[in-house]
Write a protein that binds this ligand. Sequence first.
Ligand code: HEC
Length: 102
Amino acid sequence: MRIRGLILAALGLVSGISAVASAAPSVAEGKQLASSQSCLMCHASGAMAKPLAAYRNESAAQLKAAILEPKKALGAATMMPSYQGKLSAGQLDSLLAYIKAG
Ligand code: HEC
């Protein structure tokens, strides 16, 4: 009984740690999202928009507004698509971490 309790406690600890890890913004996840969400199709040198690293000095609020509500943040004519509802809050934070990392 005692060992079983210890094993359950250890399992709880491990799953607790992985939950924290997946919630933390990660540059690696952001990089992967930039390609899986097609950001890089438009944001690369020689493409229609500047490489994402060019925006690294913008505030998190400005970046979020541009990604979630581009027409509001960048103007009605922008070609930047809205990612509202397509990214979780954690994914958005990872993308910001990736952009800010340059
Ligand atoms: C269909 C092409 C396209 C895709 C896909 C795209 N963008 Fe954009 N994005 C643009 C264009 C065009 C602009 C506006 C550039 C400008 O006006 O200088 C823009 C602007 C931005 C800005 C605004 C920066 C500023 O000036 O404030 C950010 C941040 C950004 N994009 C991030 C992303 C991210 C992150 C993704 C993927 C989740 C993405 N974009 C996907 C075309 C795209």
